[in-house]
Design a protein around this ligand. Structure first.
Ligand code: 16G
Length: 168
């Protein structure tokens, strides 16, 4: 279960001890110049986003209190953002006006593989979701990432939570 997962990191890593020269922190406006969008482009198409557009979106997210938690890993030796994941808090009427967490845009720079940074960034926002009293946290991912998420306590609810979409 989740409690077992928490202590599974080997060697032990945590948000306060992510590894030599690494730092976990919230996204900042200055991260436009620290490779944040280039990092996201390892996940999907980012497009041609100007600094002005980035800042406008950043400010729009900030203006929604307690909703967007964009968490990054910075390599302090070169000042680059090398990992990111976003927790979005969705307010509900159900479950006694509960909140639900959505795990989005998880990416770790592919040159930083083998340092358990994917696990670290996922667990950091997962614990944050729990801390913020989310009744559940959900995500969608490619088949090849199912083992990773499964190892961190996420599970497929067969037949009851099929991921569907419509694209515009
Ligand atoms: C993955 C991501 C999702 C992201 C999407 C982008 C996770 C857990 N899931 O599904 O957050 O927005 O990829 O792909 O990180 P798209 O450009 O095809 O929508």
């Amino acid at each position: 279960d989740f409690n077992k997962v928490r202590s599974k990191f080997n060697p032990p890593v945590s948000a306060v001890r992510p590894g030599e020269g690494l730092r976990v922190r919230p996204l900042r406006r200055a991260d436009f110049h620290r490779g944040f969008l280039q990092l996201l482009s390892q996940l999907t198409a980012v497009g041609d986003v100007s600094e002005e557009q980035f800042l406008k979106r950043f400010d729009a997210m900030q203006s929604c209190p307690n909703t967007y938690y964009v968490t990054v890993i910075e390599d302090t030796t070169n000042g680059q953002v090398i990992g990111s994941s976003t927790l979005v808090i969705e307010q509900k009427f159900i479950h006694g006006c509960a909140v639900r967490g959505r795990l989005e845009d998880v990416v770790v720079n592919n040159t930083y593989r083998g340092k358990q940074l994917g696990k670290l960034i996922i667990m950091t926002v997962t614990l944050l979701a729990e801390e913020l009293n989310c009744y559940k946290m959900t995500l969608d991912c490619k088949d090849n990432l199912i083992p990773l998420y499964s190892s961190l306590g996420y599970f497929l609810e067969k037949g009851n939570s099929n991921y569907m979409q419509i694209r515009f």
